[in-house]
Each structure stands twice: as structure tokens, then as C-alpha cells.
Design a protein around this ligand. Structure first.
Ligand code: PEP
Length: 247
């Protein structure tokens, strides 16, 4: 069973209408490998603007959403609101949400479940800190994070897992292809053991953490790396080269 390569750009809290236009222009110019699914994670306030302008071959994603449909949750947005403006994807559990906004495994799992039930597809992020890696806890940490999600969902069809070691995000320190492959392999085995073989074989596990046009090709060669989630470099023209890492 082959898994289609998947590359997401996470713009984080960056940009403006002008910048969004430039980034979209760059993607339209491409050319982008047609065998790759491409997603851009856009600040909530620009979702509608970007969705109107993006070619339909590019998925436009929110970077967060809440776990219920509506109510007294000031400042939050719901999956049904995203669907209402034509957004079909959301990134959940990013390490910045976990660390800066104190989102727990449980809250993230509840958000993933509600997003899926509302018809969104989800990029679910997991990954260990440097302290955890140095303490030899990488496997236990990612297993705990993915288990929290598994306990709340029953269908993995619309889930992409992003393995993003926290120590590699925005630091310029990329995991080596071997380090990334090792964890991706562990995660795929975990899915086979704890969910089932089909889910293990079909679920995309993408890598994130200082991916650039210089390191993407080596990473893409690893058999369990099915694409990337890209922060900083998604705001630069080199994002096109990262999308095309397999060419
Ligand atoms: C990210 O924000 O998900 C990310 C991987 O960032 P960067 O590529 O800048 O490390």
C-alpha cells in the first residue's frame, strides 16, 4: 500500500494579506510535484482570504481549533466554523500549543476527535523535548502522545501524524535522517500493534523540525518518512523545493 507524499507549511503567527499573496504566488508558480499533497497552515484571521485565492489542489489548514461546536469559549474557533468557510484541514497538538499554551495530551486528543467527527482532516503533531531525548524517553513520550489520540478516535483515515522533535523546531538542528527514521519506524510499529496493520501501512507519518531545501532530499529517502511539516522554510521560496523533495 503506497502512501502519498504529504508536505505541509506551517506559517505560524506570520504574514499579512500581502505576504499571503506572495506565498501563494510562489506556490502557483511552482511547479509542484503533482504526486504530493500540499497543505498550508494559515493564521485564523487569513483563512478565508487564503482559501478564496488558493488553487483547490492546495489544502488550506487552520493551526488550531477547539473541541466543541459552539459556546462560551472566548477567542476560540470551532471545526464547524472552519467547515463553514470551506476549510477542510486543521493542525492540532503543535509543540507551541503544547508548551506555550499548556495544551495537554487529553485536550489535544479531544480536539482531534471533535475535528474528525466534524468532517475535518487532521495533522496531529507529537514529539519529545531535548531533555526527554537525552533521558532516553523518546519512545515512551511519543507513545503516550499517540495513545492519548488513539483512545479518543475510531477512524484514522483522515489523520496525518507529524513527528516533530521539539529540539529541532525552529532551532536549525534537524534530526538526522536516521534519527527521524528510527522514530517513524517505532510509530508505525506502534500503530500496527495498537491499532491495526492497515492503519500502520496507510497512515502518513511526516517529519518536522528545521526542514530546508538542503536537508529534505536525504530525509525523504527514508522509507517511513512520508513527507514534512515545515515552519520557517514554508515562508520562503525554497518551500517549493521541499515539496519536490522526491523528484
Ligand atoms: C513547525 O513549526 O512545525 C516546524 C517544524 O518549524 P521549523 O521548520 O521552523 O523547525
Amino acid at each position: 500500500m503506497s502512501r502519498k507524499f504529504f508536505v505541509g507549511g506551517n506559517w505560524k503567527m506570520n504574514g499579512s494579506k500581502k505576504v499571503a499573496d506572495e506565498l501563494l504566488g510562489n506556490l502557483v508558480k511552482g511547479p509542484l510535484d503533482p504526486n504530493v499533497e500540499v497543505l498550508i497552515g494559515v493564521p485564523a484571521i487569513y483563512l478565508d482570504f487564503v482559501k478564496e485565492k488558493a488553487p483547490c489542489s492546495i489544502y488550506v489548514a487552520a493551526q488550531n481549533c477547539y473541541k466543541t461546536e459552539k459556546g462560551a469559549f472566548t477567542g476560540e474557533i470551532s471545526p464547524s466554523m472552519l467547515k463553514d468557510i470551506g476549510i477542510d484541514w486543521v493542525i492540532l497538538g503543535h509543540s507551541e500549543r503544547r508548551q506555550i499554551f499548556q495544551e495537554s495530551d487529553t485536550l489535544i486528543a479531544e480536539k482531534v476527535n471533535h475535528a474528525l467527527e466534524s468532517g475535518l482532516s487532521v495533522v496531529a503533531c507529537i514529539g519529545e523535548t531535548l531533555e526527554e531525548r537525552e533521558a532516553g524517553q523518546t519512545e515512551a513520550v511519543v507513545a503516550k502522545q499517540i495513545k492519548a489520540i488513539k483512545d479518543k478516535i475510531c477512524n484514522w483515515q483522515n489523520v496525518v501524524i507529524a513527528y516533530e522533535p521539539v529540539w529541532a523546531i525552529g532551532t536549525g538542528k534537524t534530526a538526522s535522517p536516521q534519527q527521524a527514521q528510527d522514530v517513524h519506524k517505532i510509530l508505525r510499529k506502534w500503530l500496527a500493534d495498537e491499532v491495526n496493520e492497515t492503519v500502520a501501512k496507510t497512515t502518513r507519518i511526516i517529519y518536522g523540525g528545521s526542514v530546508t531545501s538542503s536537508n529534505c532530499r536525504e530525509l525523504a529517502k527514508e522509507c517511513d518518512i512520508d513527507g514534512f511539516l515545515v515552519g520557517g522554510a514554508s515562508l520562503k521560496p525554497e518551500f517549493v523545493e521541499i515539496v519536490n523533495a522526491n523528484q
